[in-house]
Design a protein around this ligand. Sequence first.
Ligand SMILES: Cc1cc2nc3c(=O)[nH]c(=O)nc-3n(C[C@H](O)[C@H](O)[C@H](O)COP(=O)(O)OP(=O)(O)OC[C@H]3O[C@@H](n4cnc5c(N)ncnc54)[C@H](O)[C@@H]3O)c2cc1C
Length: 466
Amino acid sequence: MAKYDLVIIGSGPGGYVAAIRASQWGLKTAVVEKDPFLGGTCLHVGCIPTKVFLHHADLYDNFKRAEEFGFEVKGLKVNWPSMLARKDKIVKKHAGGIAALFKKNKVESITGSWGRIAGPGRVAVEKDGKVSELETTYTMLATGSEARSLPGVEIDGNTILTNREILLLESIPKSLVVVGSGAVGVEFASIFRTFGAEVTILEMLPRVVPLEDEDISAELAKAFQKKGIRIQLESVVESVNKDAQGATITYKDRTGKSASIAAEKVLIAVGRRPLIDNIGIENTKAKLERGFVHTDAYSETAEPRLYAIGDIVAGLPQLAHAASMEGIIAVGRMAGKDVQPFDRKRCPNATYCEPQIGSIGLTEKQAREAGFEVKTGKFPFLANSKASILGQHEGFIKVVAEAKYGELLGVHAIGPLATEIIAEPTSALGLEATLDDMAATVHAHPTVWEAMGDAFNSVRGLTINY
Ligand SMILES: Cc1cc2nc3c(=O)[nH]c(=O)nc-3n(C[C@H](O)[C@H](O)[C@H](O)COP(=O)(O)OP(=O)(O)OC[C@H]3O[C@@H](n4cnc5c(N)ncnc54)[C@H](O)[C@@H]3O)c2cc1C
């Protein structure tokens, strides 16, 4: 029987990153992956393909404004098949990149194989009906998640879609209803609206991107409505029925009345369920919390030497970078390194719709509910010179700070490069920085990032540019 220090089941951003770091720390590591390729949801049907399309949508938006930028562009057309081809090329390149990194780092890759816990220190690997076993000191579950549907709504992959099938559409639909306005829902709404689809978002809660600060939700709703995206809030979908034109979605609107809307395609984006069926977890001491795996701050389950990371973990934001960081910390722990536990409050959120959203830490409401005396400041991109150069003036940065000592509690940005400039407050919160520290930080000019400096100063009414 092959013997390892660590066997990881799943090669998404949790599993593959953990494997490389484990190898760097000297652990003999194997990764079992059911798909014939490496990279998981993030690379194949999540972060990367959606960001390719969002970048293309951004370019298209700019081309449409060519005259404003001093260009004459004639005959501008969207070539959807070549966009699909570019997306596939990028995904393939990066899947090959992970395989090359595994080789370089001597991580054994066992693809096209279903992994399952066979007992303490044993992982069963099933390929083409044949089962073999690996012996291992540590086991890590990194099996990820898949899209949930709604009760009674069957995903047929042709009209009623999840993030998987929508990425394979052969043409841009005339109309699209997006059920759910979390990150996945608003990103696809943004992409397809830019390329000309009539888009309607149905959201059960009273605001879009409901996990973000309330001001961010309001700003995104305003920007989306300006683009022509219809938003129906407090709308509960009751049924989705296919017909010759596509589907009819029936929902209860905010007044409690039944309403319906027809669309060529429907995207169900109502959250993701952990993939933990048939992986042998039921025969271990690991505890579940509403279907997710409960772990300690270092990702160990209640079963000794069994770790779980990423989208299957209870209470963890379902984000690629959260999965990766958990993996890095967990293998550091296995290798006896001095690692800090994962601080879930210090994990940035990034949503790449147009306008983008980047956020970290507490929202204003959460800060007040946590008992802080709160002071906030806001700086609009309207007053940032690089935003003028880019021609992207929408949005603002909102800073939430503790009133007396100026401790940074949260930063919420919506607008140009928001997913990039959130890097600064992410480090700042990690280092427990105060408004004084941030006010003393030099921000390069002219940058979009510079707006962050103004935003920190805005809490004390000391903004220069607004
Ligand atoms: C449309 C979309 C866009 C997204 N965009 C972003 C983004 O921009 N930024 C971001 O941070 N996050 C984004 N996410 C979330 C991100 O994709 C996930 O948080 C991340 O992929 C989770 O990583 P993971 O390693 O836990 O699982 P996954 O990436 O899901 O990987 C799990 C792997 O395990 C394999 N597996 C499962 N069961 C078994 C088994 N029994 N045996 C062998 N292999 C198995 C699967 O085949 C898969 O390869 C997005 C998600 C979606 C759906």
